[in-house]
Design a protein around this ligand. Structure first.
Ligand code: URP
Ligand code: ZN
Ligand code: ZN
Length: 458
């Protein structure tokens, strides 16, 4: 199988230039002007961008959470992602407290093997760090290619570990060349604020927001950075939302510490005023949406290199599931659908509105995730020898987001009616034309598990 993409503008994290790209089998084999290669399929990409397939390193597919399951599975989730130009995701395995990491791995393999359209990998969420868990860390890194260990500083009683466990885990992970990622919010403070609000009869979605003020995130981010500095482990904060938390990271850079930061598309584009709406349940997620000043801080953080990744934290629920918390914000399953529109929204709101450059767009939507999570240059760039995961993107096509036309298993959209400029036209997935103008040309199960190697510096 061979594909020749002609006359497109190839964009990488460092360059943008007009060239042809020739793909043979699963990889890119030539890039240049007027390539003489004959291919089985030729795509004219004149006027289009040719970009690396997006990598979303923060998704929750069919995840058991708050008494229900997130509504996209590996099949619907990875296909919706691909429609929007994301060719690879990293999902979170959740250890059940009291059980082993390997049992959790088996559970996630059962959900994913033979079901995905796009490629995928796993982070391991350690929710119960003990002597058994400790011994599993090195095996997961060496045998399974799982190099990133997720921790929660909130969701007490379900996912949270305490600071003693955190430091012990960090030391073990460091020993084996992996790194620790974190949901950095102060769980005890949040639980107290939730209880206080409920006791006062404050039960609407707005109180979800008011129970997680900025200080709960900035405090935990600073504490996490301090523990990472003390142990020397490589570190990454997921879904960072606000100025205070980013300042904690900035502070850490002053002692030459690198704390990697991910934000999510919703924190760049939506704000907390949505919680005042009747249907504010749709945006109940943790951490919550913040203020316009935080959006500006995050866009600036991207340009300053402090924020390296834009993910989604895709954790969709149907409206019926959201209604579990109809009368009590603390029972609304946390999370929202986003996997499909990350790339197009980031392009439209970021590049088209002049907030970030084209190369920055590629860097934060694909390249940095591939580097940080140990898959570069196989993934995350367009280069000779790299996997041919390529998106042909029309920078000028305008379209409107709606739950009626999206592919996620969610009966509402967080962006209903939003006008977006920039659209995924074709997706090539490891050398196969997978999506052609909305038409799906690959089968379920095409997606493969990607083993990762320990962290490389960016
Ligand atoms: O609201 C969210 N973020 N749901 C998914 C779980 C998590 O904290 O990432
Ligand atoms: Zn989280
Ligand atoms: Zn998450």
């Amino acid at each position: 199988m061979s594909i020749l993409i002609k006359n497109g503008t190839v964009v990488t994290a460092s360059d943008a230039y007009v060239a042809d790209v020739f793909i043979e089998g699963e990889t890119v084999v030539a890039i240049g002007n007027n390539l003489p290669h004959q291919a089985e399929t030729t795509i004219d990409a004149k006027g289009k961008l040719v970009i690396p397939g997006g990598i979303d390193p923060h998704v929750h597919l069919e995840m058991p959470f708050m008494g229900t399951y997130s509504s996209d599975d590996y099949s619907s989730g990875t296909l919706a992602a691909m429609h929007g130009g994301t060719t690879m995701v990293i999902d979170f395995i959740l250890q059940t407290q009291g059980d082993t990491l390997h049992n959790a791995l088996k559970e996630w393999q059962d959900k994913s093997i033979g079901r995905a359209y796009g490629d995928y990998s796993y982070h391991m969420a350690v929710t119960d760090y003990n002597e058994t868990t400790r011994k599993e860390i090195s095996q997961l890194i060496q045998n399974e290619g799982i190099t990133s260990f997720k921790t929660f500083m909130a969701y007490k009683g379900a996912l949270m570990i305490d600071d003693g466990q955190m430091v012990a885990l960090m030391k073990e992970v460091k020993k084996h060349g992996g790194f620790v990622t974190v949901h950095a919010t102060n769980g005890d403070m949040i639980d107290r604020l939730i209880a206080t609000n409920k006791a006062a009869g404050n039960l609407s979605p707005l109180y979800h927001y008011l129970s997680q003020p900025e200080v709960t995130e900035s405090e935990a981010s600073a504490r996490f950075a301090d523990m990472a500095h003390y142990t020397g482990v490589k570190s990454y904060i997921v879904h960072l939302t606000c100025e205070g938390a980013l300042n904690a990271v900035r502070q850490a850079t002053k002692r030459n510490q690198k704390v990697h930061v991910e934000t999510c598309i919703q924190y760049l584009t939506l704000d907390a005023s949505l919680y005042e709406r009747e249907d504010g349940h749709k945006w109940v997620m943790s951490p919550p949406l913040r203020e316009p000043k935080d959006q500006e801080t995050l866009w600036a953080g991207i340009n300053q290199g402090l924020v390296q990744v834009v993910a989604t934290d895709h954790c969709p629920f149907l409206w019926e599931q959201k209604m579990m918390g109809k009368d009590d914000f603390s029972k609304i399953p946390n999370g929202h659908p986003a996997i499909e529109h990350r790339m197009e929204l980031l392009f439209s709101e970021g590049v088209n509105k002049g907030r970030i450059s084209l190369s920055k767009f590629v860097e934060v939507s694909a390249t940095n995730a591939a580097k940080i999570f140990g898959m570069y240059p196989k993934k995350g760039t367009i280069a000779i020898g790299s996997d041919a995961d390529i998106v042909i993107f029309d920078p000028n096509e305008e379209h409107t987001i709606s739950h009626k036309s999206h592919h996620m298993n969610a009966d509402y959209s967080s962006y209903e009616g939003w006008e977006v400029k920039g659209k995924t036209k074709q997706v090539i997935m490891r050398g196969k034309l997978a999506i052609d103008n909305g038409k799906v040309l690959i089968d379920k199960g095409y997606g493969e598990y990607v083993k990762r190697v320990p962290f490389s510096k960016i």
